[in-house]
Design a protein around this ligand. Structure first.
Ligand code: PHE
Length: 448
């Protein structure tokens, strides 16, 4: 069929790293590492990446490149006798859609913060408002509004449509080649600034001081879950991207490169955030997730001087990280819809993304106007977040490993690895260790 392919190795790495590096690295990793025993957590996290992340990534790469199909059709294409396994691909498409519906909302907040950093509105004093409450209130206003956050979410969606319509080489690859170097540059700038702050040493100690007493079974499970989300596993994104890898691409070295770059960005984020938090004495402010990024960081910039400048750079960094991840999420469904119904690229993108207009708006509004908590016991945003991260992604990865390890013949996986010795090491991991470990994460995630 002569399926489209990425044009260069640099491009395919940039696109895959673009998918992996996202909000998971920027706001999940630093907080989890600090809470989970610093360097002790980081060591376990690194072990998880090698023992479990890379093998699962390789099963997805093998499926994608080995069949050159979208995330759904890759399963029946690998073993036509087991057509029912395409449901695993459908689960992946559903996960991508659900993640996209809240990820777009957060990317929308980022865009809004970037805009307000550029105009200076974020740092304009409000008469009668205590300065240390200012950013918390601003965040509440930003996220709970009815019109502005939805408009920002839709703008990101429109950006996604624009890139996806341009296709794999002219859209995804080109934007990744452009944005990933920018991301690295911004990270390095922030690293230099942060490490030259007076509280750098204390901040690093706070972030990385190994505290093995904090390591419990729960920490190990958190590290596994984090590795998982951060490497974009379990929902077909990497099956879809690897179906565009040329035959000569060496899958094992690609998986290692992508995973190490993703790890590096996560660690750099820790090196950036904690020295700053320490220098300005904000360790008792929220260090987790949304609060860290939208309250604590602006507070730091306000105290640092040059607030607007740093803020523009920071929210650009965050937006770049989030945007390239949303592209990969969108491509999972677009690739399937396009091939399944033989549509033109433009039509496939528009049909696939259109339902996200109401869906992402509903998710955004669930934090304010349309709070679903009274009816469902949880707002739609948290429901989708928990459902996808704790249930759908691990389930998708588990079934993919079971499929490659038990249903497809061993030679299918072996043919995609560059060396027989690698198959001997990796195959048992894919067949036994990875599914078992994922089962553990899932059970733990489901327990109250
Ligand atoms: N890996 C992305 C992050 O770290 C999230 C993501 C998950 C993207 C699954 C695509 C698929 O933020």
């Amino acid at each position: 069929m002569g399926k489209v392919q990425f044009g260069s190795r640099m491009g395919l790495i940039a696109a895959t790293v673009g998918s992996a590096v996202g909000l998971g690295n920027v706001w999940r990793f630093p907080a989890e590492a600090q809470a989970g025993g610093g360097a002790a957590f980081v060591l376990i996290y690194i072990a998880c990446i090698f023992l479990f992340g890379i093998p699962v990534m390789l099963t997805e790469f093998a499926l994608g490149r080995g069949t050159r199909c979208n995330a759904v059709d890759a399963f029946p294409a690998a073993t036509p006798a087991h057509r029912g396994w395409r449901r695993v691909g459908l689960l992946g498409v559903a996960s991508a859609y659900i993640i996209l519906s809240f990820y777009l909302v957060v990317a929308g907040w980022t865009l809004s913060y970037l805009w307000e950093s550029i105009t200076g509105a974020l740092y304009a004093p409000v008469p009668g408002e205590a300065p240390d409450l200012l950013f918390a209130e601003r965040m509440a206003d930003q996220t709970q509004g009815a019109v502005w956050p939805v408009a920002m979410t839709w703008l990101i969606l429109a950006g996604n449509a624009g890139v996806l319509i341009l296709g794999v080489q002219k859209g995804i690859e080109r934007i990744s080649n452009l944005l990933m170097p920018l991301l690295v540059l911004l990270l390095l700038i922030f690293c230099c600034v942060s490490l030259s702050l007076p509280g750098a040493a204390d901040g690093l100690a706070f972030f990385l001081k190994p505290d093995f007493s904090r390591i419990t079974w729960g920490t190990v499970i958190d590290a596994l879950g984090q590795a998982f989300f951060s490497l974009s596993l379990g929902m077909g994104a990497l099956i879809t991207y690897s179906s565009y890898f040329p035959d000569k691409t060496k899958l094992p070295s690609t998986a290692v490169t992508v995973s190490l770059l993703d790890l590096m960005v996560a660690l750099l984020m820790g090196l950036i955030i904690f020295p700053a938090v320490m220098t300005f004495g904000l360790t008792d402010h929220g260090l987790a997730g949304q609060t860290l990024v939208f309250v604590t960081m602006p507070e730091i910039f306000a105290r640092m001087g040059g607030a607007q400048f740093w803020s523009v750079l920071f929210f650009t960094l965050l937006l770049v990280a989030a945007f390239t991840s949303t592209i990969s999420l969108g491509e999972v469904a677009v690739a399937w819809v396009q091939e399944r119904w033989q549509l033109t690229r433009r039509r496939a993108v528009l049909c696939t993304l259109a339902p996200l207009l109401p869906l992402s708006a509903a998710v955004s509004l669930s934090l304010g106007e349309w709070d679903t908590t009274p009816a469902l016991g949880i707002n739609l945003f948290s429901l989708f977040d928990n459902l996808s991260t704790n249930v759908m992604l691990p389930l998708g990865a588990l079934l993919t490993c079971v499929y490659i390890g038990w249903v497809a013949p061993r030679r299918f996986f072996a043919a995609q690895m560059s060396h027989p010795a690698l198959t001997r090491v990796l195959y048992p991991l894919v067949r036994y260790a990875a599914p078992l470990l994922i089962l553990v994460i899932m059970t733990a995630g489901l327990l109250p």
